[in-house]
Design a protein around this ligand. Structure first.
Ligand code: PEP
Length: 259
């Protein structure tokens, strides 16, 4: 049931790293290594201030650009926020929503995550919706309850058509930036669970078509094993996306997994 082939997506989340100059250098390194391919989707997510430069440099490339967040309103008295339309204006085509660091440090909860997802979809942006449990939640046996809550809460009001623009990223918090990646079996178990959940929330076709990425200490040396699993449809990569050679090795691993 969980074996349909989906186009893999490798996304790099640069977080709060890289000035505009450094972002441009990283993109030039990526282009020099020439790791782009039409066989899989590749996305990079610089800081807001670097999106335009990165997008301009990638204009002839198949690599697309994401924002790491977006507010749900188009404009108004929301000091410090950036709207989906503004992301689009500088060339962003994707937005990462609900990253655990946003939930942990900036008070994002299901309701705000859901408003952001809906606003991005309305603005014709594609969304990477991040969900994942903490170590404590895993150890107390609550992983699936947490995922249910985040998945149901994040997708309120979104229909089958909207789901064509949504990718789910399973990112166990205990694996993010820690070097403790989930085993490929742990990732596959959760990805299968999420896909089954999508059947219940939507239908078989939506569940079959929705890509589910794994994120959490994905590195060149573990990407191949993780991506060999049938329900791991790509990776959301933090630290290893900051070095062009490592990011390209992960892309190579993704290509090898489909050959
Ligand atoms: C992330 O930021 O989404 C992430 C998975 O980070 P890292 O790859 O560094 O664990």
């Amino acid at each position: 049931m969980c074996t349909l082939t989906r186009k893999l997506l490798i996304a790099g989340n640069w977080k709060l790293n890289n000035t505009i100059v450094q972002s441009a250098e990283l993109v030039k390194d990526l282009l020099k290594i020439n790791c782009e391919t039409h066989k899989i989707d590749i996305v990079v997510a610089p800081t807001f201030t670097a999106i335009k430069v990165v997008n301009d440099l990638l204009s002839k490339s198949s690599i697309k650009v994401a924002a790491q967040n977006a507010h749900w309103e188009e404009n108004g008295a929301f000091t410090g926020e950036v709207s989906p339309q503004m992301v689009k204006e500088v060339g962003g085509q994707w937005v990462i929503i609900g990253h655990s660091e946003r939930r942990q440090f900036f008070g994002e909860v299901e309701e705000t995550v859901n408003k952001k997802v809906a606003a991005c979809i309305k603005s014709d942006l594609k969304v990477i919706l991040c969900i994942g449990e903490s170590l404590e939640e895993r150890q107390s046996g609550n992983t699936f309850d947490v995922l249910d809550r985040q998945l149901l809460g994040g997708l309120v009001g979104l229909d089958d058509n909207d789901m064509a623009s949504i990718v789910i990223a399973y990112e166990p918090i205990w694996a993010i930036g820690t070097g403790n990646t989930a085993s490929s079996e742990q990732a596959e178990e959760v990805h299968c669970y999420i896909r089954e959940k999508l059947i219940g929330m939507y239908n078989q076709s939506v569940a079959d078509l929705t890509r589910i990425l794994y994120g959490g200490s994905v590195k060149p040396n573990n990407a191949g094993e993780l991506l060999s699993k049938p329900n791991v449809d790509g990776a959301l990569v933090g630290g290893a996306s900051l070095l062009a050679s490592d990011f390209c090795k992960i892309i190579d691993a993704a290509l090898e997994s489909i050959n």
